[in-house]
Design a protein around this ligand. Structure first.
Ligand SMILES: [Zn+2]
Length: 67
């Protein structure tokens, strides 16, 4: 987890930034990001990683609020 091959780009549609993080496809679900490509790994650039982090944090907060 975490190590990115050189030349791998962000999988988010329309984004061509270099990837800095890899996540599993299931982690992307619910974050609102639309990722392209096949496979179980999804690569995100720094910007989209931040977006993802924010989105997942939000949904976790919502889950917590239900308790
Ligand atoms: Zn991106």
């Amino acid at each position: 987890m975490g190590k990115i091959d050189k030349g791998v780009g962000c999988n988010v549609g329309g984004c061509s930034n270099p990837a800095v993080r890899s996540l599993s496809r299931s982690q992307i679900g619910g974050s609102g990001l639309s990722v392209s490509g096949e496979g179980r790994r999804v690569y995100l650039c720094h910007d989209h990683y931040k977006v993802w982090k924010k989105a997942t944090k939000k949904s976790k907060d919502l889950e917590r609020a239900r308790w």
